[in-house]
Design a protein around this ligand. Structure first.
Ligand code: ZN
Length: 99
């Protein structure tokens, strides 16, 4: 089950439930069903996550083209994926103070 913790009230927001979302300046916003507070990813977290995703894509392409042998590409892809997922769950979300 995929849940994200609300930064304001620590409520577990399930992405599968009917939560309100919106995008502001390309940043994904999520509204807590418990306290109605909007929250979003930290800018730094987003950068690290994108880095992980880039590693994942690069590794996949390397694996597909078999650059660097059978191991290197998939290994880079797995590490990139882990970085992306770990960032998503480990870094607390920022409370959105705009409208
Ligand atoms: Zn909340």
């Amino acid at each position: 089950m995929k849940t994200l913790q609300c930064s304001a009230c620590k409520h577990q927001v399930s992405l599968k439930q009917d939560v309100a979302t919106k995008k502001v300046n390309g940043i994904f916003m999520l509204q807590c069903a418990n306290c109605q507070q909007w929250s979003h990813e930290h800018r730094n977290a987003a950068v690290v996550k994108n880095l992980g995703l880039m590693l994942m894509i690069t590794g996949s392409v390397m694996g597909y083209c078999q650059l660097g042998g059978f191991i290197t590409g998939p290994l880079i892809a797995v590490i990139g994926g882990l970085i992306a997922v770990a960032t998503l769950f480990a870094v607390p979300r920022a409370v959105y103070t705009g409208t």
